[in-house]
Design a protein around this ligand. Sequence first.
Ligand code: BGC
Length: 567
Amino acid sequence: MAQQPWWRNAVIYQVYVRSFADGNGDGAGDLIGLLEHLEYIASLGVDGVWLNPCYPSPQMDHGYDVSDYFDIEPAYGDLDIFDQLITRANKLGLRILMDVVPNHCSDQHAWFTEAVAAGRGSKERERFWFRDGQGVNGELPPNNWMAVFGGGAWSRITEPDGTSGQWFLHTFTPWQPDFNWLNDDVVDYFDRMLRFWFDRGVDGFRVDAVTVVGKHPDLPDAPSITGAVAETDAWAFNPYTVFWPSAHDAWRHWREVVNQYEIDHPGRELVTVSEAYTPGKPDLLLRYVEPDQFHQSFTFDLLLSPWNALSLHKAAARSYQALHDAGATLTWALNNHDAHRVVTRYGRADAHLTSSWTGSNLVNSDAPVDLELGHRRARAAALLILGLPGAAYLYMGEELGLPEVLEIPDSARQDPIFARTEGREKGRDGCRVPMSWTTDSVNLNGFSTSSSAKAWMPQPEGWGSFSVEVQDYDCKSMLALYRQALSFRVDMVKQGEAIEFVGDGTDGLFSFTRGSYAVVVNTSAEAVEIPHEIMVGRKLILGSLPEAFSRVDESSLIAGNSAVWLG
Ligand code: BGC
């Protein structure tokens, strides 16, 4: 059998740079901090690190508003430190993936300021979506499109002569003007950008917001929506940008660029992973991982699934069937920097119900949270995603069982969702609270090198109890479980990528076999008998709970809200 590319079953650790480790004492994470904590990441047993955007940026959307794609944000470091990071990471056996944002840049990007200055009809404006407004004096936006983070998707500029002028399209916020991917300058710019970072040793990219990159060239009004829809959900019903097919031309072109780079640089094996939410629509997901497009695309259905075996089974099985059967790889995640953390999600009183998701911006209902239960379930879910075939992406702090921080004072909130919805939606700050390294609250639980730094996002009381220091040598900790699972996973991966689902989840068990291994997750509260066909010839390899060990060995019972690997 031909050797699989490294990324096919890789585990990647996602680092939200501003929240990982502060090496210069200013209260925000940076590349020096990351460099100094690379050993920790390597100690987990992962294959690589994905860095959220760390390019120069006014930080209106914390790096997803890039003002220069060819440099490093000065508050995070510089190209020299970045080069050191790659060298050190590679020595530790870690690959580095960056985050590329193709849909939009910052309104401070040189191209955008040049476009504003160059005036109507200029080639500079062609790189974006500038249009005259409607109404007698052009005072109304060119169409009815809505922005993802609230409000309309158009903002009006002041022309160089001081008059109110054209409007520009921004799918997210007014600080993030959308690029026009029908323009050759844009295509060439990103070709250069990809190669620039590949030349520095980057092994791949997570590609942001791919589903909105295409636009109907005439920008027609979106059809009106029937039924009640939250303000920040309206954009998702716009067929003239969401999944608009022209974006796939860009992805096919990128794949050619990547393939050519590999040909020109023997030994390099690169990966691109796209961020496309396609809940319940594996056929749509499949389009992103066609052989001439992305290598991977996040399979978000598990992240979006409530905690019940039926839904988990459905989510995993339909993605698996569509992608595996087509020869594509699966890419799982339970957490990321946009979603409520899994411990809190699964601890909600309604976590077993589909309605536990509000649908808006990956936020949960506000049902009461039982954190102990959430931890127990999150441990089981870790064995689930690490047991599934394909790649897994872990979000920093997930291995510590960090919960979502729900009690952030409004005055400290920084997510543009909060500002753009005038506080109606709290946003994503709660999953971006700086890491907990130690119990020393003086230096922000080991997050900062300074004892007087103020964290860019406050850590709550007791944050140190989740710290690496506390969990490092505790064999029952969440951290220990992740390390164990990652080390046993090496053998799991050798079983190949074919799995057989057993049952459909109606008995509370989500189970599958993978070669001589089996994974069983019990989402119900009670212990359940593991089916004979799974147990026969297998014994316990790893359990999500220390007490699950004896239960399985003695009676084939799996404890409630737990998971086991058998083999
Ligand atoms: C990223 C978000 C970001 C948005 C706009 C997303 O999908 O994951 O964090 O705010 O794109 O770039």
